[in-house]
Design a protein around this ligand. Structure first.
Ligand code: SF4
Ligand code: SF4
Length: 232
């Protein structure tokens, strides 16, 4: 979801790179699970998240839908997000379905990119910005998200915080996926509604519904899928 915001209102005003130290360390949240109980449906999943969820749950998109994930329109696209509330269990608390009884993430190693970053976020520049070379975003520290007092947090290298093995390849993917979404949203916004929805469904199908082979590399499959879509 793209937000037109003043970063000084939501962050400490600094822009961070992947190798920077950031004040987010919290001893694995020390039993706090506040954000996992409240941010679920704002966790929009990207194709890498979908690959990881398929791997850890050993389920197809269809099997996950309505229990662990749901879909909705986000800026012209139809995208999946983590489902916050189990409608089949009226006694269930509002929380992420992956939060276990010990208030820990049951899919920690495979958690979505949003959770990996939190309380950091990404700040995307306008892609015409001439100062951009390698990628067109930096990271920000969101100051109103984590409830843990700032004084209790210690510095951690951002790449370690995110905890993805090939971080360079991951960052390139994030960049590519973001530009793709910007371009396609522009195109969809100019299409007649019915045609736009059809296209949005097709994109959902290509990047999320068609199963990934989780025994093989994600990135190769992602770029192959990307090559099937022409933006012209
Ligand atoms: S996936 Fe894990 S880290 Fe993310 S909100 Fe759910 S329980 Fe929390
Ligand atoms: S609110 Fe902060 S301390 Fe609590 S679970 Fe979330 S990130 Fe951890």
């Amino acid at each position: 979801m793209f937000r037109d915001i003043d970063i000084n209102e939501i962050s400490d005003g600094k822009l961070y790179d992947i190798d920077d130290e950031v004040p987010v360390g919290c001893n694995a949240c020390e039993g706090c699970s506040e954000c996992c109980q409240t941010t679920g449906d704002s966790i929009i999943l990207d194709p890498y998240d979908m690959y990881n969820l398929s791997k850890v749950l050993n389920k197809s998109f269809e099997e996950m839908i309505e229990k662990e994930i749901e879909i909705r329109m986000v800026d012209e696209l139809i995208l999946p997000n983590i489902k916050l509330y189990d409608e089949n269990n009226k006694n269930a608390e509002d929380k992420c379905p992956f939060l276990n009884e010990n208030k820990r993430c049951s899919i920690h190693k495979y958690r979505p990119g949003f959770c990996r970053l939190f309380p950091m976020g990404r700040y995307f520049f306008n892609s015409n910005d001439s100062s951009l070379n390698k990628k067109d975003y930096k990271y920000i520290l969101q100051i109103n998200e984590c409830t843990k007092p700032k004084e209790e947090r210690y510095n951690v290298k951002l790449s370690e915080w995110i905890g993805i093995e090939d971080i360079e390849q991951y960052e390139q993917f994030v960049d590519k996926w973001h530009s793709f979404k910007i371009n396609i949203q522009e195109i969809l916004s100019q299409m007649p509604e019915e045609k736009g929805i059809k296209m949005a469904r097709y994109i959902l199908q290509i990047f999320y519904v068609i199963a990934y082979d989780t025994s093989k590399d994600f990135y190769e499959q992602f770029y192959h899928r990307m090559s099937k879509i022409s933006l012209k």
